[in-house]
Structures are given as C-alpha cells and as structure tokens.
Design a protein around this ligand. Structure first.
Ligand code: FAD
Ligand code: UDP
Length: 383
C-alpha cells in the first residue's frame, strides 16, 4: 500500500524505518515478510545507503560512496542475502605504493622480500618479524597492534601515514581494533580478506536492495523529521547517526568523513588491482578501480580517490576510548526509548562491515518479532 492510501485508512504503520541502507532495508524485508505494515523514509534520493551503486556517464558501474566489497564468515548472512541476489565470486587484492614499489597489502612474504631485497622463506620471515617486534605489555592502541608484531619500520611505512591521513589521528590515539582489521602474514596469500564467503552481488547492490524492498513503500528525498508528525506509526526504527537523533544534546560524536573524487579514463585498465593504497604520499588514502571489483567489461574504466576529512557526511565512527564514553551516554538515552529501535553502523556507533550490519538487523528483527529472542547476532564476522 502506498503511503497516501495507508494514511487514508487511518491505520498506523507498524514500523516507520529511517534509512534505506542495509540496516533499514533488511529490517523492512523481515518485518514485511512477517505481515507487518512498514514504511521507509530515506533522506537521499536513492536506496542502498552507502552501498548504493549506479552507472556513471560512461556506463561503468561505480560505487559513489567508495568501494564496497562483500565478505563474511557467516553462512546465515550469506544465505539470507542469497535470496535477493546471485553472486560473482571475487577476492579483493590491494597493493600499497611504498618507496616507489607496488607491494602486497596486508604485509606478506612477498611484501617484505620486495621491500628489503631479500629472499626469505615463510619460516625465516617469522624470525624476521620476531627480531623487529617491540613487545608491549598490553595491546591497547592501533600503534601497539602493529609495532608489537612487525616492528617500527614496517609500521611507519604502511600504517602510520595512512592512519594519520584516514583518521586525522596518530595510531597511538586509536583503539587496537582499527589497524587490527588488516593482518600481517608470513605466507604469500595476497587476498585482502580471508573470509569463507567473498563475492559481489552479480547485478550490483542497488538491484539487491530493489529485491529486498519489493512491495515495501519507500519515501526518498525525505528527512524523517519532516514527516514523523504526520505519519502515524507504532514503532520507529532509526539507522542514522545516534547523536543527531538526540539533537547532539551531549555534544557531537566524532565521525570521519571522506570526499570522493571519481574519474573515468579512456583506457581498459588503470591499475593492476582493485585498490592501490598510498600510505605516505598524496592527500588521498587509496584509489579503487571498479571494473576489477564488479567484473564489468568496458572499453573505459572508472576509479575513485578517497580524501579523508573531518567535515561532511558521517562515514566512519572513530574508535577511541573517549568516543566510546560519549557514545555510552547516547546509548543510555537510546535504551530508554522503548518506542524507538536503533540499528546500523551510525546508530550504534560501531565500525561495522556490511555483513555485520546485516547480522545485527536480522537479530533485531527476530527480537522485535519475538521479544524473548536474544539480541546478539550469531556468526557475524568480527573483522
Ligand atoms: P547506511 O548505509 O549509512 O544507511 C543509513 C541511511 O540512513 C542512509 O542512506 C542515510 O541517508 C539515511 N538517513 C540518515 N539520517 C536520516 C534522516 N534524518 N532521515 C532519513 N534518512 C536518514 N563494508 C563492507 O562490508 N565492505 C566494504 O568494502 C566496505 N567499504 C566501505 C567503504 C567506505 C568508504 C565506507 C564509508 C564504508 C564501507 N563499508 C564496507 C561499510 C558499509 O558501508 C556499512 O557497513 C553499511 O553500509 C552500513 O549500513 P547502514 O544501514 O548501517 O548505514
Ligand atoms: N590501514 C593502514 N594502511 C593500509 C590499510 C589500512 O594503516 O594500507 C589502517 C588504517 O588505519 C585503516 C585501517 O587500517 O583505517 C582499516 O583498514 P581498512 O582497509 O579495513 O579500512 P576501510 O576499508 O574500512 O576504510
């Protein structure tokens, strides 16, 4: 039923959902499938949240909000999404531009051999790392994670500059979990992820979202604040930034933003892998070429440069103790609102990948539909 007809019946929606990203769309699908009346309100002009993809002027499929690579260890999450998309197997590979060479990232056997002109075996690399590692009593920060494993030289070459650019903070000021996302290997495995399931939606994310939202009304170009007073509903599901919901009453939660510079080049291939990282040079952190990721064949190619910035749309929560402290105050307000459920990366201030958001949304749907169900999401990749 469209929103106007629904309002004409006078019957409230069971759920008004703010945001059509993974959190909002998965919840909408689950609740709709259970026979609930659901309406989504989305501020942007499209569905999909940050995972939205579209064809650019040249006809290349791009991710306007930066490269999104799907990976998960959760059979539940992969099985659930497989009902809405076919997949193209894809294992992401990243090279880092360091001292004039392009070398594998995560750091592996080939990275070290290329960088230092060595010919080590995996076994020897273990001793190499051990001889350079600086033990710390407790691994607390993003500096500790790397320095305690591979030492200061590799830390400086691959992590310190990149992290300072990406977050505007030194790794010593960020939780260990941030750089711990990128492992160090003694093998030649050059995949960025090692998850069991690694694949891209065969016809893109937007098609996946269209399938998720089949039969569910979505009001795009609409901030929920403009309509909340006139759309009767029993319960609100909110997937935007949690501090904005509460009018920043405790002050702003820090988020990191990005400026995306998209370019199309009149050549089939721009760079050798899906992403090249630039830890030490330039104002951007990385360049991604979509055709590697999507598998599209096209005579031209499109790439995106990511320039981190403090201002702009909130993309990343910033994991550090003082921010967790401030979030806990907002979380207490959120818990007290029994009429509202907060879900997703910005609403729960967690540096979640797509699969983790899907797992969180599935668990939340189970709890809403069956209040005694547990809150935690089984099997979500804790990457
Ligand atoms: P979002 O996708 O942000 O959706 C929230 C929606 O709510 C938005 O569309 C927003 O417009 C809407 N909204 C907010 N406020 C309002 C309001 N007041 N009224 C109406 N609507 C509102 N994850 C991976 O697994 N793999 C990757 O490779 C990957 N790469 C990434 C690269 C970048 C640059 C970024 C920023 C993220 C990446 N992610 C990746 C993470 C992924 O984007 C998120 O996990 C996921 O999109 C979060 O979904 P969500 O629904 O919580 O939030
Ligand atoms: N990182 C780094 N150098 C790299 C890649 C990553 O220092 O070449 C650090 C950096 O702090 C980054 C974090 O590891 O923000 C997580 O990297 P990931 O690629 O997972 O970031 P995302 O894709 O979420 O932006």
């Amino acid at each position: 039923m469209n929103p106007a007809d629904q309002m004409a019946t006078g019957e409230p929606y069971d759920y008004l959902i703010v945001g059509a990203g993974f959190a909002g769309s998965v919840l909408a699908e689950r609740l709709h499938a259970a026979g609930k009346r659901v309406l989504i309100v989305e501020r942007r002009e499209h569905i999909g949240g940050n995972a939205y993809d579209t064809y650019d002027d040249a006809g290349v499929l791009i991710h306007p909000y930066g490269p999104h690579i799907f990976h998960t260890n959760s059979a539940d999450v992969f099985g659930y999404l497989s009902r809405f998309t076919e997949w193209r197997p894809y294992e992401h590979r990243v090279l880092a531009s360091v001292e004039g060479q392009l070398v594998p990232m995560p750091i592996n056997l080939d990275t070290v051999n290329a960088l230092y002109g060595l010919n080590l075996t995996s076994f020897e690399l273990e001793s190499f790392f051990a001889s350079r590692a600086e033990p710390v009593e407790q691994v607390r920060t993003s500096e500790d994670v790397v320095v305690s494993k591979v030492g200061r030289d590799l830390y400086r070459k691959f992590f310190q500059g990149y992290t300072r650019k990406q977050w505007g903070l030194d790794p010593s000021e960020l939780d260990a979990s941030v750089t711990a996302r990128v492992p160090t290997r003694t093998t030649r495995d050059d995949r960025y992820f090692t998850d069991t399931y690694q694949a891209m939606p065969k016809h893109g994310y937007t098609r996946l979202f269209q399938n998720l939202l089949r039969g569910i009304p979505v009001l795009v170009n609409t901030d929920y604040r403009e309509v909340i007073g006139v759309i009767p509903h029993r319960h609100l599901i909110y997937t935007g930034p949690v501090d904005a919901f509460f009018d920043h009453c405790y002050g702003r939660l820090p988020y990191r933003s990005l400026r995306f510079q998209h370019e199309t080049h009149p050549t089939e291939q721009f760079q050798p892998t899906g992403t090249v990282n630039y830890p030490n040079d330039y104002a951007y952190t990385r360049v991604s070429e979509f055709k590697h990721i999507t598998g599209q064949e096209h005579a031209q190619t499109s790439v995106v440069y990511e320039f981190p910035q403090a201002e702009g749309d909130p993309y990343y929560p910033v994991p550090r103790p003082e921010n967790a402290e401030l979030y806990r105050r907002y979380e207490a307000l959120a818990r007290a609102r029994t009429d509202v459920t907060f879900v997703g990366r910005l609403a729960t201030y967690r540096y979640y990948n797509m699969d983790q958001v899907v797992a969180q949304a599935l668990a939340t749907a189970r709890r809403l539909l069956q209040p005694e169900a547990p809150l935690t999401a089984p099997g979500a990749a804790a990457t």
